[in-house]
Design a protein. Structure first.
Length: 360
């Protein structure tokens, strides 16, 4: 998940890579099979498909999955909240290890997990960046940091390593002419998103990574300025993260998979086409109903769904745009095989979502 879907170190830590490898190994052990499953196997097994889908949420925010369920887009499929996630990579590792059935993360983290051998597959884009919804990299108004080179030796707060923020920062620095050795001197420090603004204002970090409602709230307080944004670095709206399903789940539950993925696609279009005030009201309603002692204060800053593609459909470029970063980080060696990374098979939405009806 984005805030879901980025200890110190600019390069991916060995511990992160080890955890991903361990996740992949454990998944293979749990699945009890040596090769990837296929949806056709599930369709001919004759077994009853599950109608309960396990997921992780995020505090004080509402996931597309939750919107889809509340609007009735999941039909008789029910969501089972397991816990709140700590990061996108953790979310999709939970899927790989069969702790949950669906999770989302930055595209690079999805690629890393699949390249490590985990039998998961991306099925729909669930977050992205546009002119209204983007991630900014902020300094205090009076900060001497003005250029990319000024970041050498400085601390940049990110929500986790090896994900969206690291990829954008690396791309920004590389595009600005910094050498790999100079880029290594920019220190990435993991700070929980809800604590980033405070860390920046208390000068515990030099740059704070802020997105969504946290960014808007910080801007409303004033005293900070954007050094750069991810939309500016990439050059326009783009999709940045995908929901993944485990291959054995898809094999056993092809219809449930279609229901969930298409439901999320409908939720994307509902958020895109519904007046902002109504979307925020729906978020507040969902948070109130789930009773997790959360705040709805930050929801007023919500601006857009952010997903660039219609219905969240995935394209090759969603993955290939990160090839240079992935190669520099040692995650891949050659060209990406996008065919093994994603499928749109379960996204049946072709047009805008039909009018939604809330559950009672």
């Amino acid at each position: 998940m984005k805030n879901g879907l980025l200890s110190k170190r600019h390069r991916p830590a060995a511990g992160v890579a080890a955890a991903i490898a361990a996740a992949a190994a454990l998944t293979l052990a749990l699945s009890g099979c040596g090769g990837p499953a296929t949806a056709q196997q599930g369709g001919t097994s004759g077994g009853t498909e599950t109608k309960t889908v396990r997921y992780q949420g995020s505090p004080n925010s509402v996931a597309l999955l939750e919107v889809a369920e509340d609007l009735g887009y999941l039909g008789d499929v029910k969501l089972e909240w397991v816990s709140n996630t700590t990061s996108g990579p953790q979310s999709i590792q939970s899927v790989a290890t069969d702790q949950t059935d669906i999770g989302g993360a930055f595209t690079g983290a999805v690629i890393k997990l699949i390249e490590a051998g985990a039998p998961v597959q991306a099925v729909i884009n669930y977050y992205g960046e546009d002119k209204d919804t983007f991630t900014g990299y902020y300094v205090e108004e009076g900060s001497p940091i003005k250029t990319p080179r000024d970041l050498i030796g400085k601390k940049v707060a990110v929500n986790t390593l090896g994900a969206h923020h690291e990829a954008v920062i690396t791309t920004y620095l590389k595009n600005s002419g910094l050498t790999p050795e100079e880029i290594k001197q920019v220190q990435l420090v993991v700070v929980p998103p809800n604590e980033t603004e405070v860390a920046l204002r208390k000068k515990q970090v030099d740059v704070g990574t802020l997105g969504g409602v946290l960014q808007d709230r910080a801007l409303a307080e004033g005293g900070i300025r954007a050094l750069f944004t991810d939309v500016g670095v990439i050059g326009g709206p783009f999709d940045a993260g995908q929901y993944v399903l485990r291959k054995d789940f898809i094999a056993k539950n092809p219809e449930t998979s279609r229901t969930v993925v298409t439901g999320v696609a409908k939720a994307i279009e509902w958020e895109r086409t519904t007046p902002r005030e109504q979307v925020i009201a729906k978020f507040e309603e969902i948070i109130a109903k789930r009773g997790r002692n959360e705040s709805t204060e930050a929801l007023k800053y919500w601006k857009s769904v952010g997903v660039a593609s219609p219905g969240g459909r995935i394209q090759d470029q969603d993955f290939t745009r990160w090839e240079d970063y992935l190669k520099s980080a040692g995650i891949i060696n050659g060209a990406l095989d996008t065919a093994k990374l994603y499928t749109n098979e379960f996204n049946l939405l072709e047009n805008s979502a039909p009018a939604a009806t809330s559950k009672g």
